[in-house]
Unconditional design. Structure first.
Length: 271
C-alpha cells in the first residue's frame, strides 16, 4: 500500500474552506475500517451508537470508555488515511478529571485523534480543559442521545427561534472554548446552514441538512442492516446505499461520492 497523507485537523479546515464536503461514517471493526478507508471516507467515528447497533441496546447510555477503546483498537491500524474520532460515552466527561482520563485512554490506547462530547455551553469548561492540553474536541449539539432519559425520545431539536438562537450561541461558545469541530444532529436544515455560516471550524451534520461542511451517518444504516432500519423505524436522514450496490465497498464508495457531490442529503433527508 502506498503511503497516503492522513487527514488531520488542518485538512478538515482546508476542506471546509475549499467547499469540499467531508464524508464521515461510524465504524466498529477492522473489516469495515479497511473498506471505509479505501472508499475515501475522511472521518471515521467510533460512536456510542455501537451500544445500539453492536450491543443491541435501545439507547447509547450503557456504553463505557472500555467499549470505545476496544472498538478503536479494532480499527485504528486499518485506517491509513481516514481521521479517527471517538465518542466520550455517557458521564465519562462529568468532571474535568474524568474527561481528561477518558480522553487519554481514547487517544493513547485507542489511537483516536479527536474526541467527541455531547452538550452545549454547559460543556464549554470541559472543552477548554481538554483543548488547552492538546486534546482536539468535536462538540456535538442538537439531538444529544445521551440525554434520552430526560428527553424521552429521539427528536428534532432547535425547531423554534428561541431554541435555534440558543443553539447558535452554544456553538459560538464551544468554538471559543477551543472546539476544533462541531457536529449537529437532527436540526432543521436552515439552522444547520446558519450555524455553519457563523462557524470558523468544520461543521458535520447528521440530519442537519445540506448547508453543513460534512455529513455523518451510521454505517449499518447506509447498509440497511441496523436494528432501527430492520424494524422500520429508520430516521428521516438515513439513505440505503445498498439498494443500488452489488457489494458493501461499492455502497460505501457511493455514499462518499453522494456526500462529495452534494447528492446526499436530498430534501427528503432533511428537517
Ligand atoms: N442506527 C443508528 N443510527 C443513528 O443515526 C443513531 C443511532 N443508531 N443511535 C444513536 C443516535 C440516535 N439517533 C436517532 C434515532 C432516532 C431518530 C428519529 O427517530 N428521528 C425522527 C425525528 C422525528 C421528529 O422529531 O420529527 C425522524 O423521523 O427522523 C433520530 C436520531 C441517531 N443516532
Ligand atoms: C450518530 C453519531 C453522530 C454518533 O454520535 C454516534 O454514532 O454515536
Ligand atoms: Mg454518539
Amino acid at each position: 500500500m502506498d503511503m497516503v497523507k492522513s487527514v488531520n485537523v488542518a485538512e478538515l479546515h482546508r476542506m471546509r474552506a475549499a467547499g469540499e464536503k467531508i464524508a464521515c461514517l461510524t465504524c466498529y471493526d477492522a473489516s469495515f475500517a479497511l473498506i471505509e478507508d479505501r472508499a475515501g471516507v475522511d472521518f471515521v467515528l467510533v460512536g456510542d451508537s455501537l451500544g445500539m447497533v453492536i450491543h443491541g441496546r435501545s439507547t447509547t447510555t450503557a456504553v463505557t470508555v472500555d467499549d470505545i477503546v476496544y472498538h478503536c483498537r479494532a480499527i485504528k491500524d486499518s485506517l491509513k488515511r481516514a481521521y479517527l474520532v471517538a465518542d466520550l460515552p455517557f458521564l465519562s466527561y462529568a468532571t474535568r478529571e474524568r474527561a481528561l482520563d477518558a480522553s487519554q485512554r481514547l487517544m493513547q490506547e485507542g489511537g483516536a485523534k479527536m474526541v467527541k462530547l455531547e452538550g452545549g455551553r454547559e460543556q464549554a469548561d470541559i472543552v477548554e480543559y481538554l483543548s488547552v492540553r492538546g486534546v482536539p474536541v468535536c462538540a456535538h449539539l442538537g439531538l444529544q442521545p445521551q440525554l434520552i432519559h430526560k428527553l424521552g425520545a429521539f427528536k428534532v431539536q432547535g425547531r423554534d427561534e428561541a431554541a435555534a438562537s440558543a443553539m447558535a450561541r452554544d456553538a459560538r461558545l464551544l468554538e471559543e472554548a477551543g472546539a476544533d469541530c462541531l457536529l449537529l444532529e437532527c436540526v432543521p436544515a436552515d439552522l444547520g446552514r446558519r450555524i455553519t455560516e457563523a462557524a470558523t471550524v468544520p461543521v458535520i451534520g447528521i440530519g442537519a441538512g445540506a448547508g453543513v461542511d460534512g455529513q455523518m451517518l451510521v454505517l449499518q444504516d447506509i447498509l440497511n442492516i441496523s436494528p432501527m432500519v430492520t424494524v422500520g423505524r429508520s430516521p428521516r436522514f438515513v439513505q440505503n446505499f445498498m439498494a443500488q450496490a452489488s457489494d458493501i465497498e461499492t455502497a460505501v464508495a457511493a455514499y462518499v461520492q453522494a456526500v462529495k457531490s452534494g447528492a446526499y442529503p436530498a430534501v427528503e433527508h432533511c428537517f
